[in-house]
Design a protein around this ligand. Structure first.
Ligand code: ATP
Ligand code: GLN
Length: 140
């Protein structure tokens, strides 16, 4: 039986070269400081186990009125950067309070840069990105 937890497994299932780290959080993060150059941010609304009640102290029924405003950040990174990005998101976003958020890990089958037609690793890499920060050897 495959383990679902990425952290407890040496290989992600299903396996992919790239993953989308989709974080639904209560606040914006200092992504540039984390070496993240490629990110898509959306304003979303939702509720988790608490139905937004504890977070909003409002309403006693599930309805559109007690959806809580959240920020969704979608960050596509290569497999070897996934755990570091998750760790940084947790370090920045965690308060210990209900509603801190959740992170979903989604396998991505390819990355294509529209301007150049590059695919895969070349398309995923960004100037000044994590791969530039973590090594002085420039990637092939
Ligand atoms: P170019 O050098 O041609 O600008 P790029 O890699 O910088 O290529 P963009 O065309 O600027 O990519 O990206 C368009 C949009 O795609 C960005 O504004 C962002 O919302 C999203 N995006 C790009 N890369 C990623 C990524 N790795 N993860 C999540 N979203 C991304
Ligand atoms: N992995 C890319 C790099 O190191 C960064 C991707 C991203 O910031 N989403 O250039």
């Amino acid at each position: 039986v495959p383990k679902i937890s990425a952290r407890s497994s040496p290989d992600y299932i299903p396996d992919a070269n790239f993953y989308k780290v989709e974080a639904i959080l209560s606040c914006n993060l200092a992504l540039l400081k984390m070496g993240i150059r490629g990110v898509t941010v959306s304003d979303v609304r939702g509720f988790g186990a608490q139905g937004g009640l504890t977070e909003r102290q409002a309403g006693s029924e599930f309805s559109e009125d007690n959806l809580v405003a959240k920020v969704k950040m979608e960050i596509v990174v290569s497999k070897d950067q996934v755990e570091a990005v998750i760790d940084k998101i947790i370090a920045e976003a965690r308060t210990g309070e209900i509603g801190d958020g959740k992170i979903f890990l989604v396998p991505v089958s390819d990355v294509i840069r529209v301007r150049t037609g590059e695919r895969g690793e070349k398309a995923e890499r960004m100037v000044g990105g994590r791969s530039d920060m973590s090594s002085s050897v420039s990637p092939a």
